[in-house]
Ligand binder design. Sequence first.
Ligand code: THU
Length: 263
Amino acid sequence: MSGSLLASARSHFATLRARAYVPFSDRPHSVLLVLRDGRWIPGVRIESASYSLSISAIGNAVTTAYSLRCFDAVAGIVSSAPLSAADRVYLQALDGFSGAASTSNGQGATAYWRTPPPELGTAVDPTRPVPASSEAGISAARNVATAAHVPESHFPVGAVLVHNNQIAIPGVNVEHPDWTRILCAERNALSTAYAYGYTHCTALYLSCPQAPNGSPCGACRQVLAERAPEATLYMDRHDAPMEQSTPAALLPSFFNSSDLISG
Ligand code: THU
């Protein structure tokens, strides 16, 4: 790993540490997914009170790259800490990473390259304008769904998350040969927002172009109830009017961190 790349990566890790949501482990792992042109996508670990729903830093960054339609341009990953065995397996199953060479600086930071490392540039901008109406939000979610990576199910899902009524962030479902590491569109949008420092979700538009009754799965309901409790959810109903709901209405009495801590 080149010294200058590592030095700039380190300064970004200092910022990303604070964006990880790790109240249970206190292990703020972060990664930079570096594109061939030097731009990069951040990924931070997002924990759930239901531990197994936690999103790894590497899963966060990889799934963001699909939502932003730039996974094919990925040159490699720089990680703030050595990757776990599970993360290495996750990475190796991705196109082009099976033979990726790893380098380590001896102080914990580790990189995996599938093409030669570039100089580090600026972060890829994930933000989109806030949809002007709820109908425009549903139509944006339908469009986002076309970026889904769905070799297993052929069932694309698109989400558009609105932060603080100011900016919007896309999310798609990203599949993996290990089905337990598949990330849904809703959680992808949410974890992308966290990695970029946007944590106040006010609306979420969702579209399953192949399912007029599509609504968030149980895992997404749990994570939305924890991390986006104030969001209004708008669900595409195709030819029928969209349906509106909230995380609390979709998952009453959800398991939350105060249950965990008091237990
Ligand atoms: N999926 C979502 O993206 N969101 C949901 O709320 C339901 C399920 C995805 C996951 C997987 O890629 C495919 O749909 C089938 O489960």
